[in-house]
Design a protein around this ligand. Structure first.
Ligand code: ADP
Length: 252
């Protein structure tokens, strides 16, 4: 799913943010990337999202070799990724429904398909009752669950999460991590950059530790990929997408 081969990133001012990074992340893995401030986590994510390009080395994400990516391929490349940010990045003037629907409209989905999928995703993250709320009417944890639903809107193979619990209280952080684990169990590869070492330790997942731009430790593949292929982000798939969290969150 993701391959970094001898990747070095040096910024124009001479700072080497990543040096000779080699990584292989298999489809359906769940990987935490941790490290102190300045270790290179953001640079790793920017390279993964093709917001920056490496100074040397090569990066492959899914079927795309990022060194070869053309302008025309960039929208297709981005569509295979769902990204969740620390600061949610919801559109404040749109309600929950439209925030998720918007991600589907930009790729030309039909309104009927959008309606069905948004309803499904809101059940999945336990927010059906908040469908017509604006982001300002939601808690941080709820906003992040909307952002996760939006990230899943176009059935990505890969979810990239950048400090998704950074603005969330500890109890809700645990709930969010459990949600990512369920998404992963349903077939989506998850790469999560986080500071939340205490939380990370509770999960038996691969942990990649960055230190001063190098991979200081890599927990390796701890779990066999649960299913052989594809991803589960269509409820119509024959094998089971996760149980919607309806009730589980809303009862709280
Ligand atoms: P982290 O996300 O782990 O805090 P970063 O990837 O942001 O680490 O930064 C890694 C190193 O690269 C740091 O020394 C930082 O100061 C430097 N750095 C990050 N972005 C830039 C940039 N645009 N120009 C120059 N140096 C940068």
């Amino acid at each position: 799913m993701i391959e970094f081969i001898d990747v070095t990133k040096e910024y124009p001012n001479g700072t080497v943010a990543l040096r000779d990074v080699n990584l292989h992340i298999a489809p359906r893995e769940f990987v935490f990337v941790v490290g102190a401030s300045g270790a290179g986590k953001s640079t790793f994510l920017k390279l993964l999202l093709h917001e920056e390009v490496p100074t040397s080395g090569s990066i492959r994400v899914g079927r795309f070799d990022l060194n070869e990516l053309t302008q025309r391929q960039i929208p297709m490349f981005r569509r295979q990724l769902g990204v969740v940010f620390q600061d949610f990045r919801l559109i404040s003037s749109m309600d929950v429904y439209d925030n998720i629907a918007f991600a589907m409209r930009v790729v030309g989905a039909k309104e009927k398909a959008i309606r069905e999928r948004v309803n499904y995703l809101l059940q999945l993250v336990g927010l059906s009752l908040k469908i017509h709320c604006k982001p300002s009417e939601l808690s941080g944890g709820e906003q992040q669950r909307v952002a996760i639903a939006r990230a899943l809107a176009n059935m990505p193979d890969l979810i990239i999460a950048d400090e998704p619990t950074g603005n969330i209280d500890p109890r809700m952080s645990q709930e969010l991590l459990d949600l990512f684990v369920r998404l992963n169990e349903a077939g989506t590869t998850v790469v999560m950059v986080t500071h939340a070492h205490n939380l990370v330790r509770q999960y038996n997942k691969r942990i990649i530790i960055l230190e001063s731009g190098v991979v200081a430790a890599d927990g390796g593949l701890r779990q066999a990929p649960a299913q052989p292929q594809g991803n589960a982000w269509s409820p119509a798939k024959p094998w089971q997408a996760p149980e919607p969290a309806i009730g589980r969150y809303e009862a709280m």
